[in-house]
Design a protein around this ligand. Structure first.
Ligand code: PNS
Length: 166
């Protein structure tokens, strides 16, 4: 059985992530989607909120398991018997960061290969940060995230606005 890990912050999951996860399912027998810590980013949603949204968003993909792991991605891959880490590449700007991460992971564990997939054209500009910025300013994000994610974003930001006003 060929197993892969799709790691990320998923804060929150977007159609760009779902595109990569779906395509990974065409190649691997089982795909673990893992919410992992990114020490360089401050998250809007808690890890369990992010896992919950991932579970809902991938409910039609039978071979996907979504969970949280608080540690190194290579440790998680080993724990789950994965042979590959799958990451999406959007643009040249992603390349440097991803190259560093893949090299670091290769150094830590040579048995786990990082595989890159080019994101589909319609999502090449999409990021969770851009979605959060648009949502925080009251813009419509329904083209980029499932409706329950858009609702969760508007709940988070309406609470934040109420706290600012009071
Ligand atoms: O969605 P992101 O924020 O680009 O995902 C980055 C993530 C979470 C995959 C990366 O930060 C990560 O692998 N974190 C776990 C800790 C780790 O293994 N670090 C070593 C790789 S640099």
């Amino acid at each position: 059985m060929k197993i892969a890990v799709c790691p990320g912050s998923f804060d929150p999951v977007t159609y760009g992530h779902l595109d990569i996860i779906t395509r990974a399912c065409d190649i691997f027998d089982r795909v673990y989607v893992a919410v992992l810590p990114n020490l360089g980013k401050e998250a809007l949603f808690t890890p369990s909120e992010r896992v919950e949204m991932l579970i809902r968003a991938t409910k039609d993909l039978d071979t996907v398991i979504c969970e949280e792991f608080n540690g190194l991605v290579v440790e998680y891959a080993k724990l789950r018997g994965a042979v590959a880490i799958v990451r999406g590449l959007r643009a040249v700007t992603d390349f440097e960061v991803e190259l560093k991460m893949a090299s670091m992971n290769h150094y830590l564990d040579k048995d786990v290969e990082t595989i890159f997939m080019m994101t589909s054209n319609e999502y090449s500009f999409l990021s969770s940060s851009a979605v959060k910025e648009v949502a925080s300013l009251g813009g419509n994000v329904s083209a980029w995230v499932p409706s329950f994610v858009a609702e969760a974003l508007s709940r988070k930001y309406s609470h934040a606005q109420k706290a600012e006003i009071s």
